[in-house]
Write a protein that binds this ligand. Structure first.
Ligand code: NAP
Length: 240
């Protein structure tokens, strides 16, 4: 049986969600589809203790999201680009262009690659942003609204530009933005809910979703966004 090779690039691979995305990618291959993964790390040795570091389907390379030329070259050589990188709480409170600049370079690279090789499969961008981008007051926890939402607004403003770079584009550039709620690894795995308008899910049984853990998010990214096209060209709000 012949198998198709899908090349996946992961930015933020050393992060808490990124490491789990690598784990789920390593078990996602089937007899017909093999995922060949490139993990980008500013410090590759940070992945030395990853359980899959010896897996022949995983390659770790040194790279940084500040390097335009490197980003563009890497993106053009892959089929799926996952963005799980992020600024910490401190840097997220200062005005920055971390997300918008990365998005601009990634978008340009995908667009140029697709235009120069129209017969090649399209490249898909799967990106984690945040439910902090939701501005619907009906779907906002009050404590959050007056604390983290204000402190991290510079980060959310830049993430909004990141999403806009891709949204409704006319270049046939495929994307999925996944906006998670607060990531809390102390809570057990359970099924997540998805809101197709990028808002915190709300229903009569479970109320307003506020959090989920990183393993469930990583599994969703791999099984429902990488290995499936059902959410293509959507912005999703995800919580328990
Ligand atoms: N934490 C939350 O509650 C929460 C809620 C909603 C959304 N999010 C978003 O979810 C995503 C993942 O969160 P997380 O908590 O798993 O992240 P994390 O553990 O803080 O990891 C962040 C990752 O980004 C990488 N990174 C930072 N600057 C970089 C640069 N210039 N070049 C390349 N890589 C760089 C880090 O690399 P190094 O290892 O080299 O530092 C690390 O791999 C982030 O986009 C975050 O904004 C988080």
């Amino acid at each position: 049986m012949t198998s198709v090779e899908i090349k996946v690039l992961v930015f933020g691979a050393t992060g808490r969600t990124g490491r789990l995305i690598l784990k789920h990618l390593m078990t996602a291959s089937t007899p017909t589809t093999v995922y060949k993964v490139t993990a980008v790390a500013r410090n590759p040795s940070a992945l030395n203790d990853h359980p899959d570091v010896q897996n022949s389907n995983l390659t770790v390379i040194k790279g940084c999201l500040n390097d335009e030329e490197q980003i563009k070259t890497l993106v053009s050589l892959h089929n799926i680009v996952i963005f799980a990188a992020g600024l910490g709480l401190l840097d997220g409170q200062r005005p920055n262009e971390f997300y918008s600049r990365s998005a601009k370079w990634i978008y340009q690279s995908i667009n140029e690659a697709q235009k120069s090789n129209p017969n090649q499969p399209k490249i898909k961008f799967v990106c984690i942003t945040s439910l902090g981008l939701n501005n619907d007051p009906e779907r906002m926890n009050r404590l959050y609204k007056w604390t983290l939402k204000i402190w991290l607004q510079p980060c959310y403003d830049d993430m909004a530009i990141m999403e806009k770079t891709f949204l409704n584009n006319n270049d046939d550039v495929n994307y999925i933005f996944v906006r998670p709620a607060y990531l809390n690894d102390r809570i057990p795995d359970k099924e997540l809910r998805v809101d197709m308008d990028g808002k915190p899910p709300l229903d009569e049984v479970n109320g307003l979703g506020r959090q989920l853990n990183r393993n469930v998010l990583a599994k969703f990214i791999v099984n429902d966004c990488v290995a499936s096209d059902k959410y293509d060209r959507n912005v999703l709000g995800v919580t328990y």
